[in-house]
Design a protein around this ligand. Structure first.
Ligand SMILES: NC(=O)c1ccc[n+]([C@@H]2O[C@H](COP(=O)([O-])OP(=O)(O)OC[C@H]3O[C@@H](n4cnc5c(N)ncnc54)[C@H](OP(=O)(O)O)[C@@H]3O)[C@@H](O)[C@H]2O)c1
Length: 515
């Protein structure tokens, strides 16, 4: 990767969790690798009263706790810390923006950034619109917040964290506000899953190898499963979570992105427009689920009281800041169809939940079984179908399950795996998504960011399910912590004579065959 151009990284919500756990460690890592320009600087913007020294001390603590490479390189840190600043300001005060403008001007000059600015919105989403509005108005008035004028060739970009709205209409409204002040080329909507190596590798695997593409369709693939499992509950985020739920928090963004990368057609090129065009086509091809028929395609659940890996919970409804009568789902399982030529009739099963037995993000592509000939006649059970397993986290890698003969005089067949693990093959840990994404935003590469129409098309998939659930009189199914969700989720897939699969399933039994 090339070093990024000089710029100001202005972080709104700089006192928050995301900044501490992800952004500061990513910026440090870019500096450590020489990818952050020596003329780049950080300005943290939040209400919490702090001075530069306290802000820097807090960032140093974040690195001690969360830096990817530890111990941290104190020399790199000292050089970076000297370029980190903080402004305590109100998100909706024009006077405060004017004060911060003057500070930014002075810092731009001091660091000779050429006026390049990257605004990072790391606040709760309710603050997005006022901040965009303020930034935009200053921009239009050519106020000091955006000097010199845009024609100077300097860039002004804005990064937003998900959620981008809470349904199609609010997403549309957010886009309208954004577009009033920024061109789409200036807007970088982050879904951090897209910064993960394995997720990027999905495209390489599909389109840079000749063996997959010819069989990547309904004729050879029986179905696809995508699992995003967490082994913890809502913790301190009960208030936020209760207004969102699994469908909005995970399915609408991370899971649909993974599905789009599995299902999309080969783009005409790897540029941002072509790749995102193909993803939008996938969302638009998803068969709409009528609100009245949601029960046949979607299951929702809530975890009850219990214990998982040493953590106990009183149950979702008794978690802090959760409405005791809440119908918000902590688990969702869906069956979707992509109604296009390639995927005709092929189900995509998606499931996600909190307090599941392990933290895991995985895609399983199950191929159709070989024709019922030869082995089927002579073996006690049908041979196993092949699975391609893409492990996004933890332990990023790809595994292909094949049938192999067990050594010896008998004809015994076992399912064996050809494994590719990032950590062992490349002998290196994958960079954190935020390193890649912040660097891409500084470089102006939008390929791994969500486009306005993409966010809206994904909401159009999810909205009817939300509507169906809101009209449904029955509450979500309850499930015990540390299980794979409610029984209804098993029924959803078992009704199609299939079952949920994941990498840690027990090894399949050996199949004995007669010679
Ligand atoms: N945390 C994550 O892992 C994660 C993952 C994916 C996406 N996100 C998204 O990233 C953004 C930031 O997440 P976060 O977890 O860092 O948020 P957070 O800690 O709740 O908030 C970030 C900062 O925003 C400021 N803020 C402004 N108005 C606020 C309000 N009404 N209530 C609470 N804080 C307010 C607070 O700083 P001051 O009080 O000092 O102004 C706070 O420190 C959100 O949009 C979130 O959805 C977060």
């Amino acid at each position: 990767m090339l070093p990024a151009p000089p710029c100001a990284i202005v972080i709104f919500g700089a006192s928050g969790d995301l900044v501490r756990r992800k952004l500061i460690p990513a910026i440090y890592e870019l500096a450590r690798q020489g990818l952050l320009n020596e003329r780049a600087y950080v300005l943290g913007f939040a209400r919490t009263p702090l001075d530069d020294d306290h802000f820097r001390a807090g960032c140093h603590d974040s690195l001690l706790a969360h830096a990817r490479t530890r111990p941290i390189d104190e020399q790199v840190w000292r050089k970076l810390a000297a370029r980190m600043h903080y402004a305590s300001a109100d998100y909706s005060s024009s006077e405060d923006y004017a004060r911060v403008s003057a500070l930014l001007n002075a810092l731009d000059e001091r660091y000779d950034t050429g006026g390049n600015r990257l605004y990072y919105l790391a606040t709760p989403p309710a603050q997005f619109e006022p901040i965009i509005q303020h930034l935009g108005e200053k921009l239009r008035l050519r106020d000091a917040l955006h000097p010199p004028a845009p024609e100077d060739g300097a860039f002004r970009r804005i990064i937003l964290e998900k959620p981008f709205g809470r349904d199609l209409s609010s997403a549309h409204e957010l886009n309208r506000v954004l577009h009033r002040h920024f061109r789409e080329e200036q807007i970088f909507r982050i879904d951090h899953y897209l910064g993960k190596e394995t997720v990027q590798n999905l495209m390489v695997m599909r389109f840079a190898n000749s063996i997959f593409e010819p069989i990547w369709n309904y004729k050879y693939i029986d179905h696809v499963q995508i699992t995003v499992a967490e082994d913890i509950g809502v913790g301190a985020r009960g208030g936020y979570y209760d207004s969102a739920g699994a469908l909005r928090d995970i399915v609408q963004n991370h899971m649909l992105q993974l599905m789009a990368l599995v299902a999309m057609e080969p783009p005409v090129s790897l540029d941002a427009i072509s790749v995102r065009d193909e993803k939008v086509k996938v969302y638009r091809s998803v068969r709409p689920i009528r609100a009245g028929a949601v029960g046949a395609f979607a299951v929702r659940g809530q975890y009850g009281p219990g214990e998982c890996r040493g953590a106990t919970t009183p149950g979702y409804l008794r978690e802090k800041d959760v409405n005791p009568a809440s119908r918000t789902e902590t688990f969702a399982a869906l069956k979707l169809f992509v109604d296009n030529w390639r995927w005709s009739g092929t189900p995509f099963y998606l499931r996600t939940g909190k307090f599941l037995p392990q933290k895991l993000t995985e895609i399983v592509v199950r191929f159709r079984s070989p024709p019922l000939t030869l082995f089927q006649k002579q073996c006690e059970a049908p041979v196993y179908p092949n699975d391609l397993l893409v492990r996004v986290q933890p332990d990023e890698g790809i595994s292909l399950r094949l049938n192999g003969k067990v050594p010896g005089g008998q004809l015994n067949i076992r399912s064996v795996a050809m494994d590719f693990r990032y950590s062992s093959v490349f002998n290196a840990e994958s960079p954190d998504s935020y390193e890649r994404l912040i660097h891409d935003a500084m470089m102006g590469d939008q390929t791994l960011f969500i486009r306005a129409d993409e966010a809206e098309a994904a909401w159009a998939v999810v909205d009817p399910i939300e509507k169906g659930w809101s009209e449904d009189k029955a509450p979500p199914h309850t499930y015990e912590p540390c299980t794979w969700g409610p029984k209804a989720a098993m029924d959803l897939i078992e009704a199609d004579a299939r079952r949920w699969l994941h990498g840690d399933n027990q090894p399949e039994p050996i199949i004995a065959c007669s010679l």
